[in-house]
Ligand binder design. Sequence first.
Ligand code: PEP
Length: 328
Amino acid sequence: MAIKKSKTNKTKKVAKVEAKPAKTEKTTVVQNKPAKKKRATIKEEIKDYLAERNNKVFIGNWKMNMKFDDIKSYFDHFNTLLKKDKILSQMNNLIGIAPTAIGLLPVAGMVKNGVMPVAQFVHHAKQGSYTGCISYDQVHEYNINYAIVGHSETRKMFKLTENDINLVVKTLLENDMHPILCIGDTLEEYESKETEKSITRQLLNDLKGIHPELVKNVIIAYEPIWAIGRKAATVEQIQRMITFIRTTIEEMFDSKTAKETHVLYGGSVKVENAMDILKVKGLDGFIIGGDSLNPESFYEIIISSQEYARVNSIINAKKIAKANKKIE
Ligand code: PEP
């Protein structure tokens, strides 16, 4: 998916290092030694490994929390944690923080290491008589390119219809921005086994009329309303819904779009359950509410992925091989 982060965000295919055929000189003895294969460097090996994978997305949804001093001490700590981490800096994750509207500019000024500021909600109109709102164009002006759209709390508070959500999604895509579209089932829908029906309806309406080429720029987040701020869905429930969402996207658009679109989970993700949930097949990351308010917890969740563990082991294996070579 063409998510905008930093230059390092692109997962470029790395050409495999081919050994050059050994030169044969007519005048000298023909050497029968096979050409030596150049060993891949750590960076090349990591790039090769990550090129096969979707980059992970971690969005911290701060909701209506954090004043200026809190934001400052948060980033003092969070930026240090990220800077120190030599594994994370080689990965292609997208990390975003969604503060309140008034916190967006301070956050935009304090984020480092490729972390993105994310708006919690934007209006689809460029400007006008919409007291209490900020427009997509106002955040875009500050180079803020990501916005949460249709969070269940926002849908409820502002009585947003699926048509309203569709307008915001379309407007953001038309303006090279990335909607983080939240969809989820209510407790009543869940209890009456209407989860799939509800999710299908939301996907059909929220993504109505969007060109297939643009869909992969939408990050979809499955957020069961009954799990937010309470207790996370089980790994099995999340697996079922992630597969269901990808199948529905495939039916609505095509298999390439279904594969390329990032699908996240949100709802009581904690340090304790992040690693297990991240093993869900086809899951590309999280929206994290409560636990993103603590820089340490947010960081711990970000480094829970299998990809992080694998990159760590590539680095360690290379270090050990280098040390052994020195001893020989
Ligand atoms: C959310 O509100 O998007 C969310 C995921 O919240 P929490 O992690 O606190 O359940």
